[in-house]
Design a binder for this molecule. Structure first.
Ligand code: NAD
Ligand code: SAH
Length: 416
C-alpha cells in the first residue's frame, strides 16, 4: 500500500524538526537503542494514529527500530505536518495523512492504516479501535492489543468494555502517572498558551480568562494563565473540582455568568456543548474562544457558524463571527485542540515521558501476547516507575532511598 502524503520533497525540514526533538527526548533515545538490539516487534505491523508532528514521528522511528512495520496516520486533520510525513516516508515508513484533510480524506487515511492488518494499534481518542470493531471485525484476530493515549479515548474504551464489545486488550497509557500528571497538566498548560499566544499575539495579563473543566488539563491551563497575570475563572460540573479550584485561588462561576465577563475562553472538559449559542449572546465584543479538549464539540461551533450574520478571516487560525447583537466573537483553530491545530503540541520533554510509556506498553503487549484479557489494562507500575527513575537520572537528580528500618516501620502497625 503506497503512502498518501502531500509532497515527499518537504522531507528536509521534517528531518530537522525530528532531529531537534530527538536531542530532547532522552528516554526515547534509550528505548531506541534497546529496541535496536532486542527487536521486540520483528515481523509485526503497528498501526498508529497520533498527532503527526515531530515527537510522534520520533516515536514511530523508535518502534521501527524495534522491527515494526509502521502504518501511520494523524489523529486530527489540522495537526498533521506535511514535512514530518514526508521525512517518515523517506525513511521507509508508511504514512497516510496530510494537513487540512477533509472529513472524507481523514476517514480514508484511517481506513488505509486499518487495512494494513495491524498486530498492534496505537490510538489517540479511539478512531482506529472504533473503525476495526465497527467495519473490519474480520481483521481483529490479527490484533495482539493496543495502547490508548488520551483521557477521552479511555472513557470510550471503558464503555466498550462494559458492554463486552472490546475484542482485544487495550493499555490505558493516559492513566499512567508519568502520563497524565505531566502531559495533561504541564504539557497542556504550556502548549495551550503557546498555541493561543502565537495565534493571537495578544497580551494575557489583565484579561479575564475562563477555563472550562478543572481536571488535569484544566489545572495546567489555569495555573499558566495565572502565571501570565490573567484573572482566572473556572467553570465546572463536579463540586469537588470546584472546591479545588477555589482553594487554588480561582473564581468559580457557571458558564452563564462567566460568559458575560470573560475575555478569553478555553474549554478542556472532554464533554460537549460547554459553550453554547445562548452563552455567546452574553459575551463581550471581541471575546476569544478556543478548545483544548479532545473533540471540536465543546464549543457550539456549528451554531455559531449558522447564526453569524458576518464572517471574516482575521489571521491564520482566527475567524471572526459577527452575531445578531453586532458583537464579534473570534474562534481559534475552528474549535479544534488549539495547542495542536495552532501549535506543535506539548514540548519534547513531556512527550518523551508519554511516548516512553507508549513504546514500553507496546512491548509489554507483545511479551504478554495471549495472556491478557480483552479489557482496559493498567500500565504496569514497573513501567511507570522505570520512566520516572530514568527521567530523574537524565536530570541528574537523586532522591532518598528507604532504610531497612523505615521499610519495617511503614509495613507494620506497631510503633516500637
Ligand atoms: P479530566 O477528566 O481530568 O478533566 C475533565 C474535567 O472537566 C473534569 O473535572 C469534569 O468534571 C469537567 N467537566 C466535564 N464536563 C463539564 C462541563 N460541561 N462543564 C465544565 N466542566 C466539565 O480530563 P483531562 O485529562 O483534563 O482531559 C480533558 C480533555 O482534554 C479530554 O478530552 C482529553 O482527551 C483532552 N486532552 C487534551 C490534551 C491536549 O493536548 N490538548 C492533552 C490531554 C488530554
Ligand atoms: N483525536 C483527538 C486527539 C486527542 S488530543 C483529536 O480530535 O484531536 C490529546 C492527546 O494529544 C493528549 O493525550 C496528548 O498526549 C497528545 N499530544 C499533545 N501534544 C502532542 C504532541 N506534541 N505530539 C503528539 N501528541 C501530543
Amino acid at each position: 500500500m503506497e503512502s498518501i502524503i502531500r509532497d515527499i520533497n518537504q522531507w528536509e525540514s521534517g528531518h530537522q524538526k525530528i532531529e531537534w526533538v530527538r536531542k530532547n527526548m532522552p528516554l526515547l533515545r534509550q528505548i531506541e537503542e534497546d529496541f535496536s538490539k532486542t527487536r521486540p516487534f520483528e515481523g509485526l505491523r503497528i498501526a498508529l494514529s497520533i498527532h503527526l508532528e515531530a515527537k510522534t514521528a520520533y516515536l514511530c522511528k523508535v518502534l521501527a527500530a524495534g522491527g515494526a512495520k509502521m502504518y501511520i496516520t494523524g489523529s486530527n486533520p489540522l495537526s498533521t505536518q506535511d514535512d514530518i510525513a514526508a521525512e517518515l516516508v523517506k525513511c521507509g515508513l508508511n504514512v497516510y495523512a496530510w494537513y487540512n484533510a477533509s472529513q472524507e480524506e481523514y476517514n480514508s487515511h484511517i481506513q488505509k492504516v486499518i487495512l494494513s492488518k495491524p498486530n498492534i494499534i496505537i490510538d489517540d481518542g479511539g478512531d482506529l479501535v472504533n473503525l476495526i470493531h465497527d467495519k473490519y471485525p474480520e481483521l481483529i484476530d490479527n490484533v495482539i492489543g493496543g495502547c490508548e493515549e488520551t483521557t477521552t479515548g479511555i472513557i470510550r474504551l471503558k464503555a466498550m468494555e462494559k458492554n463486552n464489545l472490546l475484542k482485544f486488550p487495550m493499555v490505558a497509557v493516559n492513566d499512567a502517572k508519568c502520563k497524565y500528571l505531566f502531559d495533561n497538566r504541564y504539557g497542556t498548560g504550556q502548549s495551550v498558551w503557546d498555541g493561543i499566544n502565537r495565534t493571537t499575539n495578544l497580551i494575557v495579563a489583565g484579561k479575564k480568562v475562563v477555563v472550562s473543566g478543572y481536571g488535569w488539563c484544566g489545572k495546567g491551563v489555569a495555573m499558566r494563565a495565572k502565571g501570565f497575570g490573567a484573572d482566572v475563572i473556572i467553570t465546572e460540573i463536579d463540586p469537588i473540582k470546584a472546591i479545588e479550584a477555589v482553594m487554588d485561588g480561582f473564581n468559580v462561576l457557571p458558564m452563564e455568568q462567566a460568559a458575560r465577563v470573560g475575555d478569553m475562553f478555553i474549554t478542556v472538559t472532554g464533554c460537549k456543548s460547554v459553550i453554547r449559542w445562548e452563552h455567546m449572546q452574553y459575551m463581550k465584543d471581541g471575546a476569544i474562544l478556543c478548545n483544548a479538549g479532545h473533540f471540536n464539540v465543546e464549543i457550539e461551533v456549528d451554531r455559531l457558524i449558522q447564526n453569524a450574520k458576518n464572517t471574516r478571516k482575521e489571521r491564520h487560525n482566527i475567524v471572526g463571527y459577527q452575531i445578531n447583537n453586532n458583537n464579534w466573537i473570534y474562534l481559534l483553530a475552528e474549535g479544534r485542540l488549539v495547542n495542536l491545530a495552532a501549535g506543535d503540541g506539548h514540548p519534547a520533554e513531556i512527550m518523551d515521558m508519554s511516548f516512553a510509556i507508549q513504546a514500553l506498553s507496546a512491548e509489554y503487549l507483545v511479551k504478554h501476547k495471549g495472556s491478557l484479557s480483552n479489557n482496559v489494562i493498567t500500565v504496569p507500575d514497573e513501567i511507570d516507575k522505570m520512566v520516572a527513575k530514568r527521567k530523574l537520572k537524565y536530570w541528574d537528580l537523586n532522591i532518598d532511598v528507604l532504610t531497612e528500618e523505615q521499610v519495617k516501620y511503614l509495613d507494620g502497625w506497631k510503633v516500637d
